[in-house]
Design a protein around this ligand. Structure first.
Ligand code: EPZ
Length: 419
């Protein structure tokens, strides 16, 4: 087991480079199942979840070569269409193999992902959509068993703009007969990156990034150039919050400002000065952090994946803030840990009412998911004294070289073995 040891109170200053987006890399890797032959991705983040997705495809018979931030995959000779529970339970995004396996191999057996610390995480919308496209889908013994003679284009309406649900349907529809229209689709930049890659392989996808996406089925898909993965807006947002919480001054290279409007607006609300540059964002924080209210929404609204980090930041703001989490039903597991550090936060339903305190105090804490881990790093680096964070494996799923990057910004943080 490992732990992260932090000493708070030092302003983060200097430059940090953002990497490729985890939530773009995962659907992109899965989409290689649709292709005839090999494909190649650059700007691939070195993350546990990326390794897990590659291992899942390897289990099915795909070949891949992961070198630094470059990944070559040939998933054209898959001989197994099974995503086993042992693997899926470690990464819910494994559900993203469902659509491509069905489209290319006309069958799939994918373990139900199950819930996690932030919610029950159902996949009913994925299943209903694939049934509409003509798949036979049965859920039994904890697995989604599905097969189809041929997928046929249909109109799919999503009650909720599910991100991976939209991605699964896009991938399934690329090789279906006829036209599929997705209404109330997710508009996240990661959905757009997937559509752009598939279009470069011969798919006919229009409207990605809007609520209505139209996919005209084609007979086959083949990669013909290296795809450079978009930068990670959540990693960038996390370093912006870290800078504010420690009253620092950091240049965040490759921060995709065009995907960060909602986050930048809230950082300006709390008093950060933000300078958008050609290849990134410079952020500075001086004086007291101002309070503000936040409501998480589907993109382009304020991202739920930035809510835990802002909860930490607002716990040391001047005055009271209300955070409303509308996407996941229990994404406040970081709050009890912050309370142990001296935060004054009351959770009522999907609201967190935060009374800002003058400062947090270091304490032993435990992370329960990727972004809760990020929020505890924010708190630990802002607090007085030493914080020890357990549950480090959550951090490694979503942040590449986080300690090294923070140390390069003069933050006091190290990883140690824990007994
Ligand atoms: C994606 O998860 C992201 N993961 C999540 O990031 C992110 O928090 C989430 O979108 C919301 O933006 C990846 O892209 C790999 P949803 P996803 O389906 O697709 C409900 C991180 O930290 N729903 O958009 O699983 C669901 O319960 C992770 O990087 C159904 O009810 O999220 C939730 O309340 C965490 N039925 C809401 O929709 C379904 O079939 C949005 O979920 C599917 C979803």
């Amino acid at each position: 087991m490992e732990k992260i040891v932090m000493k708070g109170g030092k302003p983060l200053c200097g430059k940090v480079k953002i990497g490729g987006a985890k939530n773009a890399a995962l659907p992109l890797i899965s989409s290689s199942i649709l292709l005839d032959g090999e494909c190649e991705f650059s700007n691939v983040p070195q993350l546990k979840d990326v390794e897990t997705m590659c291992s899942l495809l390897k289990l099915m018979g795909a070949e891949f070569e992961l070198k630094q931030h470059n990944l070559k995959i040939d998933a054209s000779n898959i001989n197994k269409t099974l995503a086993p529970y042992e693997l899926v339970r470690t990464m819910r995004a494994s559900i993203l193999v469902l659509g491509p396996l069905l489209a290319k191999y006309k069958r799939a057996s994918v373990s139900l992902p199950g819930g996690c610390a932030i919610g029950e995480r159902p996949v009913n919308l994925h299943i209903e959509a694939l049934r509409k496209l003509g798949a036979f889908v049965e859920v039994k013994n904890g697995y989604i068993e599905t097969k189809a003679k041929k997928l046929k284009g249909e109109e799919i309406y999503f009650d909720i703009p599910t991100v991976t649900g939209t991605e699964n349907v896009i991938m399934a529809a690329t090789l279906a007969d006829g036209v599929t229209t997705i209404l109330n689709a997710a508009q996240e930049p990661e959905v757009v990156d997937l559509a752009n890659f598939l279009n470069s392989c011969g798919a006919k996808i229009e409207g990605a990034g809007t609520k209505n996406i139209v996919i005209k089925g084609v007979s086959s898909l083949k990669a013909n150039k290296v795809h450079n993965i978009i930068y990670d807006r959540i990693e960038a947002g996390t370093y912006m919050v870290l800078t504010c919480a420690t009253k620092g001054d950091v240049e965040i290279e490759n921060a995709p400002y065009q995907f960060l409007h909602a986050v930048v607006e809230k950082l300006k609300d709390v008093g950060a000065s933000i300078n958008v540059k050609k290849n990134g964002i410079r952020i500075k924080m001086k004086g007291k952090i101002k309070h503000t209210d936040i409501e998480t929404m589907p993109y382009p609204g304020f991202p739920t994946d930035m809510q835990p980090q802002f909860t930490s930041l607002l716990s040391i703001a001047d005055g009271s803030s209300v955070i409303t989490e509308t996407i996941f039903e229990k994404r406040f597991s970081h709050v009890p840990e912050l309370t142990r550090m001296g935060a004054n936060i009351k959770v009522s339903g999907n609201h967190a009412i935060i009374e800002g305190v003058d400062h947090l105090n270091g304490a032993p804490v435990t992370a329960t998911d990727i972004r809760a881990a990020a929020s505890l790093i924010v708190a630990g680096l802002a607090a007085c004294g030493e914080t020890v964070m357990f549950g480090v494996h959550h951090l490694d799923r979503g942040y590449e070289n986080l300690e090294q990057k923070i140390r390069a910004l003069s933050g006091s943080i190290r990883r140690e073995k824990s007994e």
